[in-house]
Design a protein around this ligand. Structure first.
Ligand code: ADP
Ligand code: MG
Length: 400
């Protein structure tokens, strides 16, 4: 793929102050980082800047301090985790983002190859307002800008959008990997493409479904949201989770799919239980005969076989949303079977598989195949907005 955005190797980094938009919004308990996954993803870019004798100056949001200086949300508490992950000492630069001379001096006096972390960008209300004046003050701290925070790219904030337009800007290595993987998923995918969408509700994924039916060759709908579609088609879904007021929306999406030549694959059988809990008695039903007191909590074996067949016919799979209430045994079976199948096809070189979403990542980890997919995005909201086909302001601002 020829990138439409600048990459890190296209920037001159030597002796430059490199403003690196990172996502340091990591979980912290008692002043300690409890999950450093997001920090680890930044390591290659930080190391590259250091190797080329640039000053890596990280800026990030952290929590929701609501535009005020609030020690509880200081980024000072993640410095140690960044130092541990990079194996490099990390300095902290305090600022309230109004008067920059102290921060400028601290950065000036740091030697080439230093790693510094600036205070929480959300300590100033201009961050979330994408304030051009704040962006100018940020730009006064750097010579070039690198964005390695795809997970923050769906927000047009001063540090993700306005700032990128003020300095020579490039995607960091993690951002580049994410954009290339997503491009292979929906941008310029190897056809046929199958999208698999599940999860609890249609209401949270209407835009996503509407976008996918215009782009993919087949759309698999599973999980709780399939119940709404089944109900809309006149099937009884008993006491299952279903948004019956969205029946019209479901039918509209199905019509749009027909117009776009996208096949819709709905469950044909379902695992039903009478209590929403783990290890409760279950029974298998065809979707035309669901017990009126029962709840659909997973797809059944015939549905699994049908979906696996669709995966076999595909060169690309894009997946968001589990096929059932996978947190509870045995309702993880459908999701696990589909995940393992996609992983095997990927391993055999037959499939490009791209997945994302908070619960989807957890489900793939539970199935033991998180690393077997071509790409698993941990970006949450940004991944979903990408699946909705929306331009991401933080990515747009990097375009050449
Ligand atoms: P993601 O976080 O990957 O975007 P969602 O948040 O949309 O996914 O959906 C995940 C949730 O959907 C899980 O908590 C799962 O238990 C729930 N879910 C899936 N299928 C069903 C079902 N048949 N009934 C109730 N909940 C379901
Ligand atoms: Mg979720």
């Amino acid at each position: 793929m020829t990138a439409t955005f600048k990459t890190l190797d296209e920037l001159d980094l030597a002796n430059k102050r490199v403003l690196l938009r990172a996502d340091l919004n990591v979980p912290v308990a008692d002043g300690k980082v409890t999950d450093a996954t997001r920090i680890e993803r930044l390591v290659p870019t930080i190391r590259e800047i250091v190797k080329k004798d640039g000053k890596a100056i990280l800026l990030s949001h952290f929590g929701r301090p609501k535009g005020k200086v609030d020690a509880e949300f200081s980024l000072e508490q993640v410095c140690e985790a960044v130092a541990n992950a990079t194996g490099h000492p990390v300095g902290f630069v305090a600022t309230d983002w109004t008067e920059m001379s102290d921060a400028q001096k601290a950065i000036e006096s740091a030697p080439a190859g230093s790693v510094l972390i600036l205070e929480n960008t959300r300590f100033h209300p201009g961050e979330e307002a994408n304030d051009p004046e704040l962006a100018k003050r940020m730009a006064s701290l750097g010579d070039v800008y690198v964005n390695d925070a795809f997970s923050a790219a769906h927000r047009a904030h001063a540090s993700t959008e306005a700032l990128a337009r003020l300095l020579p800007a490039a995607a960091g290595l993690a951002m580049q990997a994410e954009l290339e993987a997503l491009e292979a998923g929906l941008g310029k995918p190897k056809k046929p493409v199958v999208a698999i969408v599940g999860g609890a509700k249609v209401s949270s994924k209407i835009d996503l479904l509407e976008n996918l039916v215009t782009k993919v060759d087949a759309l698999v709908i599973g999980g709780g949201m399939a119940n709404t579609f089944l109900h809309a088609q006149g099937y009884g879904v008993g006491k299952s989770l279903a948004e019956k007021d969205l029946a019209e929306t479901a039918l509209r999406i199905m019509d749009k799919a027909i117009d776009s030549g996208c096949a819709i694959i709905l469950p044909i059988d379902a695992v039903v239980a009478w209590h929403f809990k783990a290890d409760t008695p279950t029974r298998l039903y065809g979707v035309d005969a669901i017990d009126k007191d029962g709840m659909i909590l997973d797809i059944g074996p015939s549905s699994i076989e049908r979906i696996q067949g669709a995966i076999d016919d595909a060169n690309t799979v894009v997946w968001n949303g589990p096929m059932g209430a996978f947190e509870m045994n045995p309702f993880d079976a459908g999701t696990v079977a589909i995940a393992k199948h996609a992983a095997k096809r990927t391993h055999d070189g037959k499939l490009v598989s791209v997945a994302g979403g908070g619960d989807t990542v957890a489900a793939l980890a539970h199935a033991g195949v998180k690393d077997a997919f071509t790409y698993v995005s941990t970006a949450g909201g940004a991944f979903l907005e990408w699946m909705e086909g929306k331009p991401l302001p933080g990515v747009e601002a990097l375009k050449k």
